[in-house]
Design a protein. Structure first.
Length: 275
């Protein structure tokens, strides 16, 4: 029998890494993860893993106590957190995806380290297939202007990979991905669709309140009942779960072409959230 030199005990400090491990069938190697990892991989709720701080607040003693041979983390980092990860003494794989291509490379990297590169390639191919299928369905359709946000105070536009998914779903992404923007700037753009997906908020963005507090009542998206919340993990986790975010985006941007998708919620002019 050949020796297996792939990591046997993994600590994941980022939900995206945990999702990728699940997608390539290596979740059994996970010995510790963050509480946010359970949000995207509910099967981890059985209590079989140690819960540790994330990439932003990593603690060396927590990590070392899990006796890992690999720690996977991802941006955003604090310098202190990186120092804590290195102090733990475990091998460290750091991810910093900026767009879909980088996410595919992260999947390839993790599956390669785990000794199953072919599984990673299948996951990547599946994501490509899903994205292209949606792109084909919106071919020739008018492209509504879409504002997507990943945070509300300060207001921050969604990341570049979300902008790519909006384009694939038949929309025109407004603003600069990942940049701060003012309420008035967004209002001046008068988007036809508004998508909220706040980091760590799940599906709990208070849509009625932000419309009122930002003075967005006259915005086209508001007038046409096209202000939505998409589950945060579907858009802010740079991993295979993005295809679920894509389906939700497509249903919000082109409801005439796509059925309602799980994880999508909107607010109506009658001030009642509907699923």
């Amino acid at each position: 029998m050949p020796y297996d030199y792939t990591p046997q005990r993994i600590v994941s400090l980022q939900p995206s890494a945990t999702v990728i491990l699940a997608a390539i069938g290596k979740l059994d190697r996970l010995v510790a993860c963050t509480k946010y990892c359970i949000d995207v991989c509910p099967q981890l709720a059985d209590g079989g893993r140690t819960i540790v701080a994330d990439s932003w607040t990593a603690q060396s003693q927590q990590i070392a106590s899990a006796r890992p041979d690999l720690v996977i983390a991802a941006v955003p980092y604090q310098e202190k957190a990186v120092s804590e990860i290195l102090k733990s003494g475990a091998r460290f794989l750091g991810l910093a995806p900026a767009n879909l291509d980088a996410i595919y490379m992260d999947i390839a990297a993790i599956s390669g380290v785990m000794g199953v590169p072919e599984r990673g390639q299948r996951v990547i191919a599946g994501m490509h297939q899903e994205i292209e299928a949606v792109r084909l369905q919106v071919n020739g359709a008018k492209r509504p202007r879409v504002f997507c946000e990943e945070w509300g105070k300060p207001l921050i536009a969604s990341q570049p990979w979300v902008a790519e998914l909006v384009e694939a779903a038949g929309g025109e992404f407004i603003g600069t991905p990942g940049a701060k923007v003012s309420f008035d700037q967004v209002l001046a753009e008068n988007p036809q669709v508004v998508i909220t997906a706040w980091c760590g908020a799940g599906n709990r963005v208070p849509l009625e309140k932000i419309i009122r507090d930002r003075g967005w009542g006259g915005m086209q998206a508001v007038q046409q009942d096209r202000v939505y919340c998409i589950n945060d993990e579907f858009l802010n986790t740079p991993a295979p779960t993005l295809v679920q975010g894509l389906r939700a985006l497509a249903a919000a941007i082109h409801p005439e072409r796509f059925p309602h998708a799980p994880g999508l919620r909107r607010v109506t002019s009658a001030s009642a959230d509907v699923s």
